[in-house]
Design a protein around this ligand. Structure first.
Ligand code: NAP
Length: 262
């Protein structure tokens, strides 16, 4: 089961899971992209939900169970970015991004875990966090905070649920070419300046298929964290020991006129 399954990483993962012969449930707000993905699935189900509505959790899990039986794996993937300075982020915008990226993950994985524990047959819970769960670039503080929250939440969950045979994994994409950057720019009122992707050299940009096949590999052989860039993973490790060093390289992303304008 994949939230945000109609586009980008979620859609590619749905298609990769289908190729691995899994039945797939995809969820999101817009029917059209979900339908396009579902047409490519042998055993697919669409559930149209907004993950900020708490009722989406029973709706999703019950529909999945009815169609294919209890889901083995649940991927909390729906999310969006925000391209604002930390001090320029309003309380409302901060609460909204936490609702979509973090609270929806909490509500879905919590209920999925409870059902898996009750069934006593194990399972696999996953969340699409980000590489920025480990280090925050400028203008993405609010977004990075939601991803760090997902990451730490899942770390604890992984330890707590291991005795019940339930795996918990976080996915840490770098820069993946999807609608994410346009959506983020639009939500931030910064149309035309996709700061995350425009600062990333092409050689570090990856396709959603790359992440999708790593997720399928993780479903087969569960690992705590899924990464598809060794260099970015190394940067995260270096940052822990040498925060100043990473700050220096991140300063290249600073735009001289932004502090004043926000
Ligand atoms: N692209 C990257 O470089 C990158 C890097 C690191 C992490 N990520 C993470 O990867 C995940 C997927 O992003 P993506 O890159 O695949 O971008 P995307 O194509 O924009 O996918 C986001 C998906 O989330 C769904 N969504 C957003 N708000 C929702 C809501 N309130 N209720 C239900 N569904 C909602 C969207 O569908 P609807 O609009 O139809 O609802 C969409 O399918 C996100 O969590 C993102 O933070 C992306």
């Amino acid at each position: 089961m994949i939230t945000g399954g109609g586009t980008g990483i979620g859609a590619a993962t749905a298609i990769a899971c289908n190729a691995a012969r899994m039945p797939v449930v995809i969820a999101g707000r817009r029917l059209e992209p979900l339908q396009t993905v579902c047409n490519q699935l042998d055993r697919g189900l669409i559930v149209q939900v907004d993950v900020t509505d708490p009722d989406h959790v029973p709706t999703l899990l019950d529909s999945a169970e009815e169609a294919f039986g209890p889901p083995w794996a649940v991927l909390a993937n729906a999310g969006h970015g925000l391209d604002r300075t930390a001090h320029g982020t309003s309380e409302a915008a901060m609460r909204e991004i936490f609702e979509v990226n973090f609270f929806s993950t909490h509500l879905l994985l919590q209920e999925a875990a409870r059902r898996m524990i009750a069934r006593q047959q194990g399972g696999h819970l996953l969340a699409t966090a980000s590489c920025v769960s480990k280090f925050a670039p400028p203008y993405h503080g609010a977004y990075a905070a939601t991803k760090a929250a997902q990451d730490l939440y899942c770390q604890a969950m992984r330890l707590e649920l291991a005795p019940a045979g339930i795996h918990v994994s976080t996915v840490h994409p770098g820069t993946i070419v999807t609608d994410f950057f346009d959506v983020s720019a639009n939500l931030s009122g910064r149309t035309g300046t996709r700061s995350g992707i425009d600062h990333t050299p092409k050689m570090f940009q990856q396709t959603p298929d790359r992440i999708a096949s790593a997720i399928v590999k993780c479903l087969r052989r569960p690992v705590p964290e899924v990464w598809t860039s060794k260099l970015i993973r190394l940067s995260a490790a270096i940052r822990t020991y040498f925060p100043k060093m990473l700050d220096r390289s991140m300063r290249k992303m600073l735009e001289s006129d932004r502090i004043e304008s926000e």
